[in-house]
Design a protein. Structure first.
Length: 336
């Protein structure tokens, strides 16, 4: 019913139009019983408030932006789904912004933010520096995700990448592996994500008394299974001796799995593999892939809570928080 009016909701609920307006605009003095009564009428009629009217009445749109590099990457697609679902429960809708993993793209989404038509933004930067982010527009409530730049003045939520990488590598060591490669990091310039994961990988090897050899770092031309398959395959063809590969992400793990299978190397008997992100395909590859699983629900929930607090006027230094992770052990590197 596209033409449902506020008056129609009021008549069905048996209340005044002012009461319906108070519920729509989330005024706190409406009783729980009355709010439930009005909400039933809203749901039954499929009423959607006029966004322009809402903005004029409250100064808010009920829209937030979610900005990241590439919606085709499985991690970001899953993140967008979680954020959108939780935001809807809180009365918000989400606009997706892509930065194409470029500095210009990141600057553009922060500078324009839908020309002021959103109440705030959740943003995962990869290129902008902390200094530049700290000087961005101050009228836009902002929460940062991930391992990239995060000024002390801006809220940020992430997992402990060093600890997660250390745990994944230590698991491979526990399986008796001693020649453990790291695959899938950037060929030219390391992202902050790769830096932290390599640091955790190196720490675990050193704790186990294993040699950290430069030749065990296998870079990839791009974040994709194809590029990972090419780079891992080239390293194996050149004679690299490995009995395990910790991969930067699940896409790299899938590519590494393909490269090993093409060369007749059995996984996990000869070479064990771990991925990162616990994306859906890792449970159905053959063999299925052991992977670091960030607590995506907690990540999205905490980011939304922080953003709503900023939208509601919280003025404080940035809060930098960690959410949990677990190592999901599957066939490519089973439990010891």
């Amino acid at each position: 019913m596209a033409n449902v009016r506020l008056q129609d909701v009021a008549e069905l609920a048996g209340v005044s139009m002012k009461t319906v307006s108070n519920v729509v605009h989330e005024y706190p003095h409406v009783s729980a019983k009355m709010r439930e009564r009005v909400q039933r009428a809203i749901d039954e009629l499929g009423y959607r408030p006029n966004m322009l009217g809402r903005r004029l009445a409250t100064g808010r749109t009920g829209l937030i932006a979610l900005a990241f590099a590439d919606v085709t990457l499985p991690y970001f697609a899953e993140l967008a789904r979680r954020v959108a679902s939780l935001a809807e429960e809180q009365g918000y809708r989400v606009i997706i912004e892509e930065t194409d993993n470029t500095l210009e793209g990141e600057r553009a989404v922060v500078a324009t933010s839908e020309a002021g038509h959103v109440d705030g933004m959740i943003f995962q930067p990869a290129k902008m520096s902390s200094a530049e982010l700290s000087q961005t527009r101050t009228d836009l409530p902002l929460v940062i995700l991930g391992e990239g730049a995060a000024p002390l003045t801006i809220d940020r939520v992430m997992i402990d990448n060093v600890a997660a990488a250390r745990e994944a590598t230590a698991h491979l060591v526990s399986l008796g592996r001693t020649r453990i490669a790291f695959a899938g990091h950037e060929l030219d310039q390391l992202s902050r994500t790769s830096e932290l994961r390599i640091a955790g990988y190196q720490a675990a090897l050193e704790e186990a008394g294993l040699t950290v050899a430069p030749e065990l770092l296998i870079p990839s031309a791009a974040i994709s299974p194809i590029d990972s398959a090419v780079s891992v395959g080239a390293a194996l063809d050149a004679g690299l001796d490995v009995d395990a590969i910790m991969c930067r992400d699940d896409l790299a793990a899938i590519g590494a799995l393909r490269a090993l299978q093409e060369r007749g190397r059995r996984v996990p008997d000869e070479v064990a593999i771990t991925g990162w992100d616990n994306t859906m395909m890792t449970s159905v590859t053959f063999p299925s892939i052991t992977t670091v699983s960030p607590d995506m629900t907690a990540l999205a929930s905490r980011a939304l809570t922080m953003l709503r607090e900023r939208i509601d006027g919280l003025d404080s230094m940035g809060r930098h928080e960690l959410v949990g992770f677990e190592l999901v052990k599957r066939e490519s590197a089973p439990a010891s």
